[in-house]
Design a protein around this ligand. Structure first.
Ligand code: AMP
Ligand code: ZN
Length: 472
């Protein structure tokens, strides 16, 4: 069965054909690291991790690159507030973000490049753009992209250049009047007092935001990639500008498929740091198992807005628990069944019937990753399992069904068979919290955590290289 992917570029569902058979090159714009991520930021992480998992299940080798933006006004502002260097802030929140990703069972990317480590590549691409007439240096050393030099500008967001120009004229602010055109955007800007900066042929300064993704994508995936993804707020200007940069520099189509998730809302408004209407992943993790948050995110199609509410989280909890109970039941029966080892004739027939649910699941995922319908197929399988397993079932029958349901859950990144993987993330989180408690000389809390872990059979060992742990 062929797969269909909705492409923002053409506004159509298209058949998925990768550039190289059997391989997928995928780039997902990552977060700016100046704070704990909120659950809106978690939506693209979960959605595109699920896309990746499904592609892998279909046999593709996926090269998945996702950056951290570690130089930005907000990071610098926070560093000034705390009186530390910007990299102290970004390193801290990259660490925190990775912990959240682990708890959400989002696989680490093949590469997680950092903007500050890729400056030489950015200088190179900016040089290329200047050389080809697509960029220019203004008197103060700022380098701008010459937007009108890229004839296809606006093709992703379906915007017309003239309309854009009309809309942005009033936005010209002081300092920007060195631009040739109101639509030109910054590739490199001069340093300000107290900010991190790098040497460049144009001035001591730092990159604009958009250039990092064009550069990292080219470096780690090549000039042409299969899928470029992110939240829908990135379509314009970020992804539009990335296309302008990459296609002008490389002379090739940048990405074949552009995928964008809709917003996670709260009271029908986009959840965002600036509106202050957000919950961090950490906060939700205090109330719920984060697998339930993952389930919640997948219960809607990724291109539909999703409104976060207590009721929907409770509904997600019920749904997730229903699957978990069914898996738990099979596991119990596997240990206690009075049935034989091998399949009975009737069970063979039933397993063929159960195949239909996998087909339904695949059909839903092949249709632009419709996880909502895919989860419905999982529930049908749960119902089937609950109806047909008993203590008379053979071990082969129980094992086959257990594998089937766990496979479908695993494609969704849902952990139902609670083993070390989930616990590891939790242990790491507690160890980190204990380290912080000790640093803050809160030894009571540190001891409490040690005991809490001991109760779960986790033994801590303080060594010179840091804390090591093992299971009792
Ligand atoms: P940022 O750190 O704001 O650049 O966001 C990182 C990623 O999260 C981007 O792909 C954004 O589009 C996405 N994002 C931010 N807020 C939301 C939201 N409320 N719902 C869905 N995606 C979001
Ligand atoms: Zn990006």
């Amino acid at each position: 069965m062929s797969m269909k992917v909705y492409n923002t570029l053409t506004r159509k569902k298209e058949e998925f054909v990768p550039i190289e058979p059997g391989k997928v090159k995928m780039y997902v714009c990552g977060p700016t690291v100046y704070n704990l991520i909120h659950i809106g930021n978690a939506r693209p992480m979960i959605v595109f991790d699920t896309v990746r998992r499904y592609l892998e299940y279909k046999g593709y080798e996926v090269n998945y690159v996702s950056n951290f933006t570690d130089v930005d006004d907000k990071i610098i502002k926070k560093a000034i507030e705390e009186g530390v260097d910007a990299d102290v802030i970004s390193e801290r929140y990259i660490g925190e973000c990775k912990k959240d990703m682990a708890a959400l069972n989002v696989k680490p990317a093949t590469v997680h490049p950092l903007a500050t480590r890729e400056i030489s590549g950015m200088l190179e691409m900016i040089e290329q753009l200047i050389h080809k007439g697509h960029a220019y240096r203004a008197a103060d050393g700022t380098v701008y992209y010459r937007t009108r030099s890229f004839r296809e500008y606006g093709k992703l967001s379906h915007k017309n250049l003239e309309d854009l120009r009309g809309g942005s004229r009033s936005l010209l602010v002081s300092g920007e009047d060195q631009k040739e055109d109101s639509l030109d955007f910054v590739l490199w800007k001069p340093k300000k007092e107290g900010e991190p900066y790098w040497e460049s042929p144009w001035c001591q300064g730092r990159p604009g935001w958009h250039i990092e993704c064009s550069v990292m994508s080219r470096k780690y995936l090549g000039e042409e990639i299969d899928i470029h993804a992110g939240g829908e707020d990135l379509v314009f200007p970020h992804h539009e500008n990335e296309i302008a940069q990459s296609e002008a520099a490389n002379g090739k189509t940048f990405a074949r498929y552009w995928m964008h998730n809709a917003f996670l809302n709260i009271d029908n408004r986009k959840m965002s740091k600036s509106l202050g209407n957000f919950f961090t992943v950490r906060e939700i993790g205090e109330k719920y198992d984060l697998q339930i948050l993952r389930f919640f995110m997948l219960s809607a199609h990724y291109r539909s807005p999703l409104n976060f509410s207590q009721e929907l989280m409770e509904a997600a909890k019920n749904g997730y628990d229903r699957i978990a109970t069914s898996v738990g039941n099979i596991k119990f029966l596997l240990e206690n069944t009075k049935g034989g080892e091998t399949l009975t004739h009737q069970e063979s027939g039933l397993l063929k019937e159960a195949d239909e649910y996998r087909k339904k699941f695949d059909g839903a995922m092949d249709d632009d990753f419709n996880t909502a319908d895919a989860l419905s197929a999982v529930f049908e399988l749960v119902k089937f399992i609950n109806t047909h397993v008993s203590e008379k079932s053979s071990r082969a029958f129980l094992s086959a069904l257990k594998e089937e349901i766990l496979l479908l859950c695993d494609i969704c990144g849902l952990i139902l068979d609670r083993k070390e993987e989930m616990l590891d993330a939790e242990v790491e989180r507690l160890i980190e919290e204990r380290r912080e408690a000790r640093k803050a000389r809160n030894f009571a809390r540190a001891d409490e955590i040690r005991n809490q872990l001991l109760e779960k059979g986790i033994i801590l060992e303080d060594t010179r290289e840091g804390v090591k742990w093992k299971r009792a």
